[in-house]
Design a binder for this molecule. Structure first.
Ligand SMILES: NC(=O)c1ccc[n+]([C@@H]2O[C@H](COP(=O)([O-])OP(=O)(O)OC[C@H]3O[C@@H](n4cnc5c(N)ncnc54)[C@H](O)[C@@H]3O)[C@@H](O)[C@H]2O)c1
Length: 340
């Protein structure tokens, strides 16, 4: 297979879809005809411009405390680690059409945030619709979808500014959009290296910049989290992707510099460095290279591969006040892989 065709996520800008004018969607959330439109999703509560306290613990709290038959911990409520609450916060997640970004977006919604998914795909994965519906009906918040390629800097700024205008605030960004490509170093073309760096470094940088501009405009501080990789620190055994690894090292360093410049505005910038995650993309890879499914788990201290769900807590922690004194840091979540 030609190296360029091995891009896991093609770097071509996606086609802008025509948005149908009318959808029949009942307030009872029963679908009549077509599914709810991504760009005008079922709505939960809008974030408030004035800061509210974290929600009180649910009524079962007292009952659980007394009966001791069920857990009495309701994380993120007023009495149980309220600093984890993202109630009323507006958070962007790039690359949230699928994979890690989407799973982390759901965690942010559960913590109370209004979330905007930004992705180049014209349609997100089927799971997106389930989460969008759950946000409105079960979590009292809203998941929006905006199609944008992070390399389209003007459009990116326009969309993020509009989000700021709409809510009068912007509190967080989780930059998960990224591509991966396996090509031996001797065969890599300059064009492919540039594409990798354009998406994984410049794209992340420009997304962070657009978000920081809004955070500074509203003066409400903020938290920026960028998804790097354990591959920022190591050369992966048996996985040949020199440009990807260099790009992720770039993300880790970028975070330190952005943190040093934006700390004065109360904006924190950190990275998460995951180990191997079994996303749809990696499942496909295992079909082609079954030996990797066997070998990769043996390369970390826990003897297993990770699931996207194992990064939910890291996203909520870094985007919330729970990490308010943490900036310029890289949080490694790799089962000890890179420490061996
Ligand atoms: N899967 C792993 O094992 C692993 C390990 C470490 C780090 N990561 C990183 O985690 C992040 C998410 O990875 P994933 O496994 O969920 O991959 P994925 O391919 O399933 O998801 C990436 C998403 O980013 C979007 N995207 C790609 N290029 C874009 C662009 N130019 N503009 C806007 N959106 C764009 C894609 O459309 C896709 O929805 C990536 O940054 C990846 O490098 C993944």
């Amino acid at each position: 297979m030609a190296p360029s065709s091995r891009l896991f996520a093609a770097a071509r800008p996606a086609r802008i879809p025509r948005i149908p004018q009318h959808y029949r969607y009942l307030s009872t959330s029963r679908l009549l005809a077509t599914p709810p439109p991504l760009h005008d999703p079922p709505r939960g509560n809008d974030p408030q411009t004035l800061s509210r306290q974290p929600p009180p613990a649910p009524p079962q709290d007292q009952e659980h405390v007394q009966s001791n038959t069920a857990s009495a911990s309701f994380l993120g409520t007023s009495k149980r680690l309220p600093e984890f609450s993202l109630t009323d916060k507006v958070v962007l997640v790039s690359g949230a059409a699928q994979g890690l970004g989407l799973v982390q977006a759901e965690a942010l919604l559960e913590a109370g945030a209004t979330v905007y998914a930004l992705d180049r795909k014209s349609e997100p994965s089927p799971d997106f619709e389930r989460i969008q519906k759950r946000a409105a009906e079960e979590l009292g918040t809203t998941l929006y979808y905006k199609q944008i390629d992070v390399r389209e800097v003007e459009g990116l700024n326009r969309i993020i500014e509009q989000i700021g205008d709409q809510h009068g605030r912007l509190d967080g960004l989780l930059a998960a959009a990224g591509i991966q490509q396996e090509v031996p170093a001797l065969e890599y073309t300059a064009k492919d290296v540039n594409t990798m760096l354009e998406v994984n470094v410049t794209g992340v940088f420009m997304t962070a910049q657009a978000a920081a501009k809004q955070m500074i405009r509203f003066g409400n501080r903020g938290s920026i989290v960028m998804i790097a990789s354990m591959s920022a620190q190591i050369a992966n055994r048996g996985l040949i992707c020199p440009a990807y690894n260099a790009s992720k090292a770039g993300v880790v360093q970028l975070a330190r510099n952005l943190a040093s410049e934006w700390g004065e505005y109360g904006i924190r910038v950190n990275t998460i460095s995951p180990g191997y995650i079994v996303t749809a993309m990696v499942e496909e890879l295992f079909k082609k290279f079954p030996d990797r499914k066997r070998d990769w788990p043996t390369q970390n201290m826990l003897g297993q591969l990770s699931k996207p769900e194992q990064y939910r807590g890291a996203a909520v922690f870094l985007l919330s006040e729970a990490s308010s004194f943490m900036t310029a840091a890289d949080m490694k979540v790799d089962g000890g892989h890179s420490a061996w």
